[in-house]
Ligand binder design. Structure first.
Ligand code: SF4
Ligand code: SF4
Length: 401
């Protein structure tokens, strides 16, 4: 059975990158990891670091250098603060970490939470440190969901990870089940991703614990859409899946947890798709965490003039500045000249795709503040609008007035 949610948009264009294996990119000129307001520096500025050296903390979550080079401290780029490391030609030199030697069945919630913290693992779906998610989930959670859907029909990174790293995804899911106390894990992806389902099924053999969920090919799959499709549960604007006892993480988070537990190595890399007409060689990549967009563009043969990178989807995709963020799963090239807004033609398509049954075009009559009260920010209306009207951005803008 194919599961679906109300509203949502069906993009006309599917990814052309599903068949491309993930390429591993070790070197880059610099890495920039977002520094939160409660950050602290642990490493001296201008000191030489290895891949894996502790350079700082965001709150209680350690931040490690993803490359060997020189730690430059916290720098501001386009108004955002980052921990910056620049390469110095000593590529490949890394800290040696000790692997976890205790078997999983001897680890309890505190052990796994502390490991997730020590490894600096961030859930790349929510951007929240995994140890914090586990703390919230522990004792309040009955399901773990591995969200194998893409952020946009042009992206293929979760599909490739599901095929290439199925063992680590299932291994990570088992650790998450143990830590959260949940009784079942669901792997969910678009129904036509049969190679991904087959790869996961090879390792997720215990049907009492694991289930596979085939989802409609609609976007975007945020908490609202997934909870409705899987459990026919309607979240309100301020609720998350965890409020309803469901811990949803990305495949990458499960992989990071599993690999860190095996190797003792913190989360130093990210997985992304780079795609769209403005890039010469679209690719699925494993890159150092916080790699710069300039390095990404160079790796992929250069960014065409006039294009910029949008994060994750053309639905609500914001331009990305400077570097790959912890929540970026795909970089999609956008040409602003192809999206020049024209007048509303009253086609009603924006209302048709709205999962919470709003009339998004009412923002044009100055009703943005009321819409904002119910809007879940999915961006489907903005994506579908044939007049290229940035409806979600207008709703958010009106609400701030
Ligand atoms: S109004 Fe909000 S909830 Fe409705 S489609 Fe637009 S962004 Fe999504
Ligand atoms: S989709 Fe765009 S053009 Fe159509 S009614 Fe909505 S705002 Fe107007």
């Amino acid at each position: 059975m194919i599961l679906e949610f109300p509203g949502g948009a069906r993009p006309s264009d599917r990814t052309r990158l599903g068949k491309k294996e993930i390429e591993y990119i070790n070197g880059c000129s610099a890495t920039c990891i977002k520094a939160e307001s409660d950050r602290e520096l642990v490493c001296e500025i201008n000191r030489q670091v290895l891949r894996g050296t502790l350079i700082g903390r965001n709150g209680e979550t350690p931040v490690y250098s993803p490359i060997a080079g020189i730690f430059r401290g916290v720098m501001t780029l386009e108004g955002i603060e980052f921990f910056v490391v620049t390469a110095d030609g000593s590529e490949g030199e890394e800290v040696i970490f000790a692997p976890e030697t205790r078997p999983l069945n001897e680890l309890d919630f505190e052990d796994i939470k502390e490991s997730a913290k020590k490894f600096g693992i961030i859930d790349t779906r929510s951007g929240i440190p995994l140890w914090e998610l586990l703390e919230r989930a522990h004792g309040n959670c009955n399901r773990v969901v591995i969200d194998g859907t893409e952020t946009d029909s042009l992206s293929a990174i979760n599909y490739r990870l599901s095929i290439e790293q199925a063992k680590a995804i299932v291994g990570g899911a088992k650790i998450l089940l143990k830590a959260s106390g949940a009784i079942k894990c669901v792997y969910a992806a678009e129904y036509y991703r049969s190679a991904a389902f087959n790869a996961i099924a090879e390792y997720a053999t215990d049907e009492k614990i694991f289930a596979l969920a085939q989802l409609d090919e609609k976007y975007p799959y945020g908490d609202f859409a997934l909870m409705y499709a899987l459990y026919v549960k309607k979240l309100n604007k301020n609720q998350t899946a965890l409020d309803e006892g469901v811990l949803i993480v990305s495949p990458e988070t499960a992989i990071a947890l599993y690999n860190s537990m095996i190797s003792g190595m913190p989360q130093l890399d990210r997985y992304i798709t780079v795609c769209g007409d403005g890039i010469k060689n679209g690719a699925n990549l494993c890159v150092p965490r916080g790699i710069t967009l300039r390095d990404i563009a160079n790796t992929c043969g250069g960014l065409e003039d006039g294009y910029f990178f949008a994060e994750d989807s053309l639905f609500s995709g914001q331009p990305v500045y400077g570097a790959v963020y912890d929540t970026t799963h795909s970089l999609i090239t956008v040409n602003p000249e192809e999206r020049i807004p024209t007048d509303c033609i009253s086609c009603g398509e924006c209302a048709e795709v709205c999962p919470v049954k709003l009339l998004p075009s009412e923002v044009l009559a100055g009703d943005g503040r009321r819409l904002f009260g119910h809007c879940i920010g999915c961006g489907a209306c903005e994506y579908i609008c044939p007049s290229n009207i940035p409806l979600l951005k207008l709703i958010n803008k009106e609400a701030k007035k």
